[in-house]
Design a protein around this ligand. Structure first.
Ligand SMILES: Cc1ncc(COP(=O)(O)O)c(C=O)c1O
Length: 517
């Protein structure tokens, strides 16, 4: 039977009001017990300790609901949402949406972890410090770097941290006034330009060669100068192309007196294969919430440790986690440190999840992860290229890709008028996550970037390709069906025109009431 084991899809559709429209005045979900007189006698009335002019005169206008009403409301909303555990998720390239094993969740949520407080005395948190220290050692082994900090809470935050370290290094050498430029590439994640710009650098962006998809060595030579502070580059690129000139780039930047920071957020294809520290990079970062199987933070609780060579360890954020042979401790005595980039040690639960994942996989498991992730990607790539309207930029010189691939629907658009945004609105009708397109600027026209990771089965890949093929056929035969999609989701096509009219925007319920009554 075709598609054995797969399901057709229709999302749950509730006419669910927003929470401010639910409930009734005075309704409660949980009654807080009255404070006992003995406690009151000692602590007095907590409210009275708030200065009079700061105290509310009227209660806040919050929704008032019973507990079952709250539960029902949020369960309904969750049922209308596409979930990472409920559908096929192979289309979100550069995000490495691999499966997050439940056993790691159980560990991260165990009372021994959730009950910790970051201000506890070191002697009472030896376990978590040991986990942080050991994970650091493993990442050094994986990357060829000498020391890591877990403070950054996401990839862009890590790139910013590395930009601050580059700045601190040049300041330490008395060259910061002269070295104010960071070189990057347009096929790197855009935070490789944005984060150093936020750290005060000017950005020089190189574009890929038309034939190879890699930047041109001569263009890099022309870009370096006495003003070069460093290069910040993603490798493999978000196009799935590994730039094998990387050693040459590193040498060029070093000769010019700059440092090289490699964004290793796309490392899922390199684990146990390439150690960026061995080929001369000075700094790097990983996204634990991608390659090391911890949940994605989406600007929230991710974890993106930065790793540096010994020479730059003194600039890492404080405190670092150290081991004196008998106990673990925090080292704040680091006068050259860039300071803190976040409170405490970043997202400790993600450190635990990644620790558990690496422990489960072992070195061979990590290698196999990369092998399967690359194999899955190229299998899917081949299947997608058989579909009418799909093409592969730089395909002649780079027919195979690493962790993900940036394909183009330019031909489909020219022949049918259907664009990637239309396809994305239709693909969700099949219980499949929409595809990531590309970061700005779109140098690949009508781009989409699948990344199956090692978690997808062959059946998932076949199903995804089959859905894509069906949508392509629809584009050529019944484009209106795609233009009016989605049809099977909790909501149908959203009118986006108000989003370009600031007069209609309302970021909160109160703002909405003010504007729309
Ligand atoms: C290569 C690369 N670098 C950096 C980032 C930024 O990571 P974050 O979203 O955690 O800030 C991403 C995110 O997808 C990425 O793909």
């Amino acid at each position: 039977m075709k598609n054995k084991g797969t399901t057709t899809y229709h999302a749950v559709r509730w006419r669910e009001p927003i929470i401010y429209e639910l409930g009734r005045k005075g309704r409660r979900g949980f009654m807080i017990p009255k404070v006992e007189p003995e406690i009151k006698a000692v602590a007095r009335d907590a409210v009275l300790s708030i200065p009079d002019k700061m105290r509310r005169k009227t209660p806040p206008e919050w929704p008032e609901l019973s507990e079952p009403e709250v539960v029902r409301h949020f369960i309904r909303l969750s049922q209308q949402t596409f979930g990472v555990d409920s559908g096929i998720n192979v289309g979100v390239g550069t995000c490495t949406m691999k499966y997050n094993p439940k056993v790691n969740e159980a560990l991260a949520r165990s009372p021994g972890i959730t009950g910790l407080h970051p201000l506890q005395d070191e002697s009472t948190v030896q376990g978590i410090l040991e986990i942080i220290y050991k994970l650091q050692e493993w990442l050094c082994e994986i990357s060829g770097m000498d020391k890591f900090s877990f403070q950054p809470r996401g990839g862009a935050h890590a790139v910013f941290t590395n930009a601050c370290i580059i700045r601190a290094f040049h300041k330490y050498n008395g060259e910061l006034d002269q070295r104010d430029e960071i070189i990057t590439t347009v096929v790197s994640h855009p935070c490789n330009a944005a984060a150093p710009a936020s750290a005060g650098f000017k950005i020089v962006t190189l574009y890929p060669d038309e034939k190879t998809g890699c930047i041109n060595v001569e263009a890099l030579k022309a870009a370096v100068s006495k003003r070069t502070a460093g290069m910040m580059i993603t490798n493999p690129y978000d196009t799935g192309i590994f730039d094998s000139n990387i050693i040459e780039y590193i040498n060029i930047i070093h000769e010019a007196g700059g440092l090289v920071a490699i964004d290793q957020a796309n490392a899922n294809c390199l684990l146990s294969r390439v150690r960026i520290g061995d080929v001369g990079a000075d700094l790097c970062h990983f996204n634990l919430h991608k390659s090391f199987s911890t949940p994605h933070g989406s600007c929230g609780p991710g974890s993106a440790p930065v790793g540096v060579k010994e020479e730059f360890a003194k600039f890492l954020p404080i405190p670092t986690v150290e081991f004196d042979g008998s106990k673990y401790y925090l080292d704040y005595d680091r006068p050259h440190s860039i300071g803190k980039v976040a409170e405490f040690h970043g997202v400790a639960q993600n450190v635990v999840r990644a620790y558990a994942w690496i422990l489960t996989m072992g070195a061979e498991g990590l290698r196999e992860t990369s092998e399967v992730a690359v194999l899955n990607n190229n299998y899917l790539l081949k299947k997608l290229l058989e579909i009418r309207g799909v093409s592969l930029p730089w395909g002649k010189s780079r027919p195979f890709r690493m962790q993900d691939v940036r394909l183009s629907l330019e031909k489909l658009k020219e022949e049918t008028g259907i664009r990637i945004d239309d396809v994305n609105r239709r693909i969700v009708d099949f219980g499949v996550q929409r595809c990531f397109t590309s970061h700005e600027p779109w140098i690949v026209p009508e781009p989409f970037t699948p990344e199956p990771t090692e978690s997808a089965s062959k059946e998932d890949l076949d199903r995804f390709a089959e859905i894509f093929s069906r949508i392509s056929t629809e584009a050529y035969t019944n484009p209106e069906k795609i233009k009016n999609a989605p049809h099977n989701c909790a909501i149908s096509r959203v009118n986006l025109s108000p989003s370009s009219d600031p007069k209609k925007w309302a970021m909160t319920w109160r703002a909405y009431i003010k504007k729309h009554g």
